[in-house]
Ligand binder design. Structure first.
Ligand SMILES: N[C@@H](CCC(=O)N[C@@H](CS)C(=O)NCC(=O)O)C(=O)O
Length: 221
């Protein structure tokens, strides 16, 4: 990386979306400045760099903002294409498949999981069943490879693994075991946890749990 390049990540510590960007930057060995955004009192800087959604993460590369985590992952892979690993396969069909699964996870998992820790009774059961349905579908895609990306982390791995630090919260609220239902997926997550990039980027599951308990109280005040 040229020394005059400036890379800034604007994020909130618990964000699974921001966690994706951290892992991607770590995997590529890109040094960056981290700015923690207060989502309860958003800065004018956030409004300036993400005027449409005012959400994190935002990557600011040489003063140019890039929004939406999956978009940021592809940007990182493209800009630093000379650095391994490549997050997207070179074969067009495999690349389209990787995008399909990354977008499937992105569109389905977070919303379904919220029903487990925000909902009660029937809604909670619905959330648990939806989460398991999604995880099982994704689990079916890994085959015999160590990672969805093959021997290295790829787009699908980086999209999904941040949610591993939320499994404890989902399981505690929903009273179920993901490992019992999706053993292959949990084995994959544990393999990911052996990567320095992932260990450094994932928040502590207990800290996430405590944060969600407090957030629930705040939201129902
Ligand atoms: N689709 C977006 C989702 C980003 C997102 O939902 N970020 C949350 C933090 S986890 C946020 O900024 N929330 C603030 C808000 O909703 O006002 C992405 O992938 O980057």
């Amino acid at each position: 990386m040229m020394n005059d390049e400036e890379v800034i990540l604007v994020n909130f510590w618990s964000s699974p979306f921001g966690c994706r960007v951290k892992i991607a930057l770590e995997e590529k060995g890109i040094s960056y400045k981290y700015i923690e955004e207060d989502l309860f009192n958003k800065s004018s800087f956030l409004s300036a760099i993400n005027p449409i959604h005012k959400k994190v993460p935002v990557l600011v590369h040489n003063h140019k903002p890039i929004c939406e985590s999956l978009n940021i992952l592809e940007y990182i892979d493209e800009i630093w294409s000379d650095r391994s690993p490549r997050f997207l396969p070179s074969d067009p069909h495999q690349r389209a498949q990787a995008r399909f699964w990354a977008y499937f996870i992105d569109q389905e998992l977070y919303e379904a999981s919220k029903k487990i820790y925000r909902g009660n009774g029937e809604e909670q059961v619905l959330g648990k069943n939806e989460v398991l349905r999604i995880l099982k579908l994704v689990e079916g895609e890994i085959g015999d490879k160590p990672f969805f990306g093959g021997d290295n982390l790829g787009l699908v791995d980086i999209t999904l693994v941040p949610f591993y630090s939320r499994f404890y919260t989902w399981e505690t609220f929903g009273k179920f075991s993901i490992e019992e239902e999706c053993p292959k997926l949990v084995a994959w997550a544990k393999r990911c946890m052996q990567k320095e990039s992932v260990i450094k980027s994932l928040p502590d599951p207990l800290k996430i749990y405590n944060f969600i308990v407090e957030l629930n109280k705040y939201l129902t005040k």
